[in-house]
Design a protein around this ligand. Sequence first.
Ligand code: 76R
Length: 287
Amino acid sequence: MSEISSPPAPAHAEEEAVSLVPLEGWHCTHLFYRFDRAVLKSLSPAERAAGCQQLVALLDPQGEHAPARLQTSIVSGHKADFALMMLDPDPLKLDALHQRLMASALGPALVPVWSFVSLTEVSEYVPTVEQYGRRLVEEGEDPDSASYKAKLRAYESREAAMRQQRLMPELPPWPSTCFYPMNKKREVGENWFLLPFEKRNRLMAEHGRSGMRFGGKVTQLITVSVGLDDWEWGVTLWARNPQFLKEIVYRMRFDEASARYAVFGPFYTSYVTTAQHMLAHCRIPPE
Ligand code: 76R
Protein backbone atom coordinates (compact mmCIF):
# COMPACT_ATOMS: atom_id res chain seq x y z
CA MET A 1 0.00 0.00 0.00
CA SER A 2 1.13 3.58 0.51
CA GLU A 3 4.69 4.20 1.56
CA ILE A 4 3.53 6.70 4.15
CA SER A 5 1.85 4.06 6.28
CA SER A 6 4.69 1.57 6.65
CA PRO A 7 7.42 2.13 9.23
CA PRO A 8 10.98 2.57 7.91
CA ALA A 9 12.99 -0.65 7.70
CA PRO A 10 15.54 -0.80 10.52
CA ALA A 11 19.04 0.04 9.26
CA HIS A 12 20.89 -3.17 10.08
CA ALA A 13 24.37 -3.84 8.82
CA GLU A 14 24.46 -6.65 6.24
CA GLU A 15 27.27 -8.37 8.06
CA GLU A 16 25.35 -8.46 11.38
CA ALA A 17 26.51 -11.44 13.44
CA VAL A 18 24.16 -14.42 13.63
CA SER A 19 22.78 -14.41 17.17
CA LEU A 20 19.74 -15.10 19.36
CA VAL A 21 20.31 -11.83 21.19
CA PRO A 22 18.13 -9.02 19.82
CA LEU A 23 19.97 -6.08 18.28
CA GLU A 24 17.97 -3.91 20.64
CA GLY A 25 16.07 -4.88 23.79
CA TRP A 26 15.33 -8.18 25.49
CA HIS A 27 13.24 -11.29 25.08
CA CYS A 28 10.22 -11.41 27.37
CA THR A 29 8.26 -14.53 28.33
CA HIS A 30 5.09 -14.81 30.38
CA LEU A 31 4.39 -18.33 31.68
CA PHE A 32 1.29 -19.58 33.49
CA TYR A 33 1.12 -22.81 35.51
CA ARG A 34 -1.25 -24.67 37.75
CA PHE A 35 -0.60 -27.45 40.21
CA ASP A 36 -1.95 -30.93 39.55
CA ARG A 37 -3.13 -31.90 43.04
CA ALA A 38 -3.53 -35.60 42.20
CA VAL A 39 0.10 -35.84 41.08
CA LEU A 40 1.20 -33.81 44.12
CA LYS A 41 -0.46 -36.29 46.42
CA SER A 42 1.29 -39.15 44.69
CA LEU A 43 4.73 -37.64 45.38
CA SER A 44 6.52 -38.72 48.54
CA PRO A 45 6.92 -36.08 51.29
CA ALA A 46 10.66 -36.08 50.53
CA GLU A 47 10.01 -35.45 46.81
CA ARG A 48 7.57 -32.64 47.62
CA ALA A 49 10.00 -31.00 50.04
CA ALA A 50 12.87 -31.27 47.55
CA GLY A 51 10.61 -30.00 44.77
CA CYS A 52 9.53 -26.94 46.76
CA GLN A 53 13.13 -26.15 47.60
CA GLN A 54 14.14 -26.45 43.95
CA LEU A 55 11.26 -24.27 42.81
CA VAL A 56 12.15 -21.56 45.34
CA ALA A 57 15.79 -21.64 44.24
CA LEU A 58 14.85 -21.54 40.54
CA LEU A 59 12.47 -18.61 41.05
CA ASP A 60 14.94 -16.57 43.11
CA PRO A 61 15.57 -13.46 40.96
CA GLN A 62 19.16 -13.49 42.29
CA GLY A 63 19.57 -17.24 41.72
CA GLU A 64 22.32 -18.91 39.70
CA HIS A 65 20.21 -19.47 36.56
CA ALA A 66 17.92 -16.48 36.91
CA PRO A 67 17.29 -14.35 33.84
CA ALA A 68 17.91 -10.59 34.04
CA ARG A 69 14.37 -10.03 35.36
CA LEU A 70 12.15 -12.59 37.03
CA GLN A 71 8.81 -12.00 38.69
CA THR A 72 6.49 -14.52 40.36
CA SER A 73 2.84 -13.75 40.94
CA ILE A 74 -0.28 -15.46 42.27
CA VAL A 75 -2.97 -15.62 39.59
CA SER A 76 -6.56 -14.77 40.53
CA GLY A 77 -9.29 -17.10 39.33
CA HIS A 78 -9.12 -20.50 37.65
CA LYS A 79 -7.01 -19.60 34.64
CA ALA A 80 -3.78 -20.52 36.49
CA ASP A 81 -2.28 -20.83 39.97
CA PHE A 82 0.83 -18.76 39.36
CA ALA A 83 2.57 -16.73 36.68
CA LEU A 84 6.16 -15.98 35.82
CA MET A 85 7.28 -12.97 33.88
CA MET A 86 10.89 -12.91 32.81
CA LEU A 87 13.20 -10.96 30.57
CA ASP A 88 16.70 -11.58 29.29
CA PRO A 89 18.82 -10.95 26.19
CA ASP A 90 19.07 -14.75 25.72
CA PRO A 91 15.76 -16.49 24.85
CA LEU A 92 17.18 -19.90 25.76
CA LYS A 93 17.85 -18.69 29.29
CA LEU A 94 14.12 -17.99 29.59
CA ASP A 95 13.14 -21.32 28.11
CA ALA A 96 15.73 -23.14 30.25
CA LEU A 97 14.05 -21.85 33.39
CA HIS A 98 10.80 -23.45 32.26
CA GLN A 99 12.57 -26.70 31.46
CA ARG A 100 14.37 -26.69 34.84
CA LEU A 101 11.04 -26.26 36.60
CA MET A 102 9.53 -29.13 34.63
CA ALA A 103 12.60 -31.30 35.34
CA SER A 104 12.51 -30.54 39.10
CA ALA A 105 10.99 -32.89 41.67
CA LEU A 106 7.82 -30.76 41.54
CA GLY A 107 7.77 -30.85 37.71
CA PRO A 108 5.35 -33.80 37.34
CA ALA A 109 2.80 -31.79 39.36
CA LEU A 110 3.22 -28.61 37.26
CA VAL A 111 0.81 -28.07 34.39
CA PRO A 112 1.83 -25.32 31.97
CA VAL A 113 -1.44 -23.63 31.00
CA TRP A 114 -0.40 -20.74 28.82
CA SER A 115 2.65 -18.88 27.60
CA PHE A 116 3.33 -15.69 25.73
CA VAL A 117 6.56 -14.89 23.91
CA SER A 118 7.54 -11.35 22.99
CA LEU A 119 10.33 -8.78 22.76
CA THR A 120 10.75 -5.40 24.39
CA GLU A 121 10.72 -2.42 22.05
CA VAL A 122 10.49 1.33 21.92
CA SER A 123 7.25 2.03 20.12
CA GLU A 124 7.50 4.00 16.90
CA TYR A 125 5.09 6.48 18.53
CA VAL A 126 7.46 7.53 21.29
CA PRO A 127 8.55 10.94 19.96
CA THR A 128 12.18 11.80 19.37
CA VAL A 129 13.31 15.07 20.96
CA GLU A 130 12.70 16.88 17.64
CA GLN A 131 9.23 15.41 17.22
CA TYR A 132 8.44 16.36 20.80
CA GLY A 133 9.53 19.93 20.05
CA ARG A 134 7.25 20.04 17.01
CA ARG A 135 4.38 18.69 19.08
CA LEU A 136 4.90 21.49 21.63
CA VAL A 137 4.74 24.09 18.87
CA GLU A 138 1.56 22.50 17.51
CA GLU A 139 0.12 22.76 21.00
CA GLY A 140 0.81 26.52 20.94
CA GLU A 141 4.25 26.87 22.55
CA ASP A 142 6.44 29.62 21.13
CA PRO A 143 9.74 27.96 20.07
CA ASP A 144 11.67 31.03 21.30
CA SER A 145 10.09 31.02 24.73
CA ALA A 146 11.89 29.98 27.91
CA SER A 147 9.10 27.56 28.74
CA TYR A 148 9.47 25.77 25.36
CA LYS A 149 13.21 25.42 25.91
CA ALA A 150 12.77 24.18 29.46
CA LYS A 151 10.20 21.58 28.37
CA LEU A 152 12.41 20.39 25.55
CA ARG A 153 15.45 20.10 27.84
CA ALA A 154 13.40 18.19 30.40
CA TYR A 155 12.20 15.78 27.70
CA GLU A 156 15.73 15.34 26.39
CA SER A 157 16.98 14.28 29.81
CA ARG A 158 14.01 11.91 30.30
CA GLU A 159 14.24 10.33 26.85
CA ALA A 160 17.34 8.19 27.40
CA ALA A 161 15.97 6.84 30.69
CA MET A 162 12.61 6.14 29.01
CA ARG A 163 14.24 4.18 26.21
CA GLN A 164 16.26 2.19 28.71
CA GLN A 165 13.12 1.47 30.75
CA ARG A 166 11.23 0.27 27.64
CA LEU A 167 14.09 -1.95 26.39
CA MET A 168 15.67 -3.22 29.62
CA PRO A 169 12.97 -2.49 32.17
CA GLU A 170 13.23 -2.47 35.92
CA LEU A 171 10.03 -4.10 37.11
CA PRO A 172 8.07 -1.74 39.36
CA PRO A 173 7.64 -2.69 43.04
CA TRP A 174 3.84 -2.63 42.78
CA PRO A 175 1.82 -5.65 43.84
CA SER A 176 -1.09 -5.72 41.40
CA THR A 177 -0.44 -6.78 37.88
CA CYS A 178 -2.44 -7.67 34.85
CA PHE A 179 -1.34 -9.21 31.58
CA TYR A 180 -3.27 -9.47 28.34
CA PRO A 181 -2.45 -9.79 24.68
CA MET A 182 -3.87 -7.46 22.07
CA ASN A 183 -4.10 -6.86 18.37
CA LYS A 184 -4.93 -3.83 16.32
CA LYS A 185 -7.89 -4.45 14.04
CA ARG A 186 -7.48 -5.31 10.35
CA GLU A 187 -11.03 -5.11 9.05
CA VAL A 188 -12.50 -3.49 5.99
CA GLY A 189 -13.07 0.14 6.95
CA GLU A 190 -11.27 -0.28 10.29
CA ASN A 191 -7.75 -1.36 9.49
CA TRP A 192 -5.11 0.12 11.78
CA PHE A 193 -2.34 -0.93 9.44
CA LEU A 194 -3.81 1.01 6.53
CA LEU A 195 -3.90 4.28 8.46
CA PRO A 196 -1.17 6.77 7.59
CA PHE A 197 1.51 7.17 10.27
CA GLU A 198 0.33 10.70 11.12
CA LYS A 199 -3.12 9.44 12.05
CA ARG A 200 -1.79 6.50 14.09
CA ASN A 201 0.63 8.83 15.80
CA ARG A 202 -2.19 11.20 16.73
CA LEU A 203 -4.28 8.37 18.14
CA MET A 204 -1.35 6.98 20.10
CA ALA A 205 -0.57 10.47 21.46
CA GLU A 206 -4.16 10.59 22.78
CA HIS A 207 -3.61 7.12 24.25
CA GLY A 208 -0.33 8.23 25.85
CA ARG A 209 -2.06 11.26 27.42
CA SER A 210 -4.71 9.01 28.98
CA GLY A 211 -1.92 6.79 30.29
CA MET A 212 -0.04 9.73 31.76
CA ARG A 213 -3.13 10.64 33.83
CA PHE A 214 -2.42 7.46 35.77
CA GLY A 215 1.20 8.48 36.45
CA GLY A 216 2.24 7.19 39.88
CA LYS A 217 -0.69 4.72 39.91
CA VAL A 218 -0.23 2.47 36.88
CA THR A 219 2.67 1.69 34.63
CA GLN A 220 2.75 -0.33 31.43
CA LEU A 221 5.27 -2.52 29.70
CA ILE A 222 4.36 -3.13 26.08
CA THR A 223 6.18 -6.04 24.52
CA VAL A 224 5.81 -6.90 20.87
CA SER A 225 4.91 -10.36 19.64
CA VAL A 226 4.25 -9.72 15.94
CA GLY A 227 5.94 -12.63 14.18
CA LEU A 228 6.56 -14.42 17.49
CA ASP A 229 3.24 -15.37 19.06
CA ASP A 230 -0.50 -15.46 18.33
CA TRP A 231 -1.14 -11.82 19.18
CA GLU A 232 0.60 -8.61 18.18
CA TRP A 233 1.41 -7.10 21.57
CA GLY A 234 1.53 -8.13 25.19
CA VAL A 235 0.31 -5.55 27.68
CA THR A 236 1.70 -5.88 31.20
CA LEU A 237 0.30 -3.40 33.67
CA TRP A 238 1.36 -2.89 37.28
CA ALA A 239 -0.69 -0.82 39.68
CA ARG A 240 -0.39 0.38 43.24
CA ASN A 241 -3.91 -0.90 43.74
CA PRO A 242 -6.00 -3.31 41.62
CA GLN A 243 -8.74 -0.70 41.36
CA PHE A 244 -6.45 1.37 39.13
CA LEU A 245 -6.19 -1.52 36.67
CA LYS A 246 -9.93 -1.43 36.23
CA GLU A 247 -9.96 2.37 36.01
CA ILE A 248 -7.24 2.67 33.40
CA VAL A 249 -8.53 -0.07 31.12
CA TYR A 250 -12.06 1.37 31.34
CA ARG A 251 -10.83 4.85 30.58
CA MET A 252 -8.79 3.68 27.61
CA ARG A 253 -11.77 1.92 26.08
CA PHE A 254 -12.93 5.44 25.15
CA ASP A 255 -9.68 6.40 23.38
CA GLU A 256 -10.13 5.93 19.66
CA ALA A 257 -6.98 3.77 19.47
CA SER A 258 -8.68 1.25 21.79
CA ALA A 259 -12.38 1.92 21.11
CA ARG A 260 -12.10 1.55 17.36
CA TYR A 261 -8.96 -0.46 16.74
CA ALA A 262 -8.01 -2.66 19.71
CA VAL A 263 -8.88 -6.33 20.06
CA PHE A 264 -8.04 -8.02 23.36
CA GLY A 265 -7.23 -11.55 24.40
CA PRO A 266 -7.66 -13.15 27.82
CA PHE A 267 -6.80 -11.10 30.91
CA TYR A 268 -4.63 -12.63 33.64
CA THR A 269 -4.76 -10.72 36.90
CA SER A 270 -2.11 -11.58 39.44
CA TYR A 271 -0.38 -10.40 42.60
CA VAL A 272 3.39 -10.13 42.72
CA THR A 273 5.05 -12.12 45.47
CA THR A 274 7.97 -14.41 46.29
CA ALA A 275 8.09 -18.09 45.28
CA GLN A 276 7.87 -19.10 48.98
CA HIS A 277 4.76 -17.06 49.53
CA MET A 278 3.18 -18.32 46.31
CA LEU A 279 3.74 -21.94 47.44
CA ALA A 280 2.28 -21.21 50.87
CA HIS A 281 -0.68 -19.42 49.29
CA CYS A 282 -1.34 -22.39 46.99
CA ARG A 283 -1.05 -24.78 49.99
CA ILE A 284 1.96 -26.58 48.51
CA PRO A 285 2.92 -29.05 49.86
CA PRO A 286 -0.65 -29.99 50.76
CA GLU A 287 -1.03 -30.39 54.51
O1 76R B 1 6.07 4.73 26.01
C1 76R B 1 5.50 5.72 26.51
O2 76R B 1 5.25 5.86 27.74
C2 76R B 1 5.03 6.81 25.57
C3 76R B 1 3.54 6.87 25.42
C4 76R B 1 2.90 5.51 25.15
C5 76R B 1 3.03 4.67 24.02
C6 76R B 1 3.84 4.89 22.77
C7 76R B 1 2.03 4.82 26.07
C8 76R B 1 1.70 5.29 27.34
N1 76R B 1 1.61 3.64 25.50
C9 76R B 1 2.22 3.51 24.26
C10 76R B 1 2.11 2.43 23.38
MN1 76R B 1 0.27 2.28 26.28
N2 76R B 1 -1.07 0.99 27.06
C11 76R B 1 -1.74 0.00 26.36
C12 76R B 1 -2.81 -0.49 27.17
O3 76R B 1 -6.42 -1.55 27.49
C13 76R B 1 -6.21 -0.81 26.50
O4 76R B 1 -7.11 -0.09 26.02
C14 76R B 1 -4.85 -0.83 25.85
C15 76R B 1 -3.81 -1.53 26.70
C16 76R B 1 -2.76 0.18 28.39
C17 76R B 1 -3.70 0.03 29.57
C18 76R B 1 -1.66 1.12 28.30
C19 76R B 1 -1.28 2.00 29.32
N3 76R B 1 0.33 1.19 24.56
C20 76R B 1 1.23 1.36 23.54
C21 76R B 1 1.11 0.27 22.60
C22 76R B 1 2.02 0.02 21.39
C23 76R B 1 1.35 0.31 20.10
C24 76R B 1 2.31 0.25 18.93
O5 76R B 1 3.55 0.31 19.09
O6 76R B 1 1.76 0.18 17.82
C25 76R B 1 0.09 -0.55 23.07
C26 76R B 1 -0.42 -1.84 22.46
C27 76R B 1 -0.40 0.05 24.29
C28 76R B 1 -1.44 -0.44 25.06
N4 76R B 1 0.15 3.49 27.98
C29 76R B 1 0.96 4.60 28.27
C30 76R B 1 -0.40 3.05 29.18
C31 76R B 1 0.07 3.91 30.25
C32 76R B 1 -0.29 3.74 31.73
C33 76R B 1 0.91 4.87 29.69
C34 76R B 1 1.66 5.99 30.41
C35 76R B 1 3.14 5.63 30.47
C36 76R B 1 3.48 4.59 31.53
O7 76R B 1 3.27 4.84 32.73
O8 76R B 1 3.98 3.51 31.19
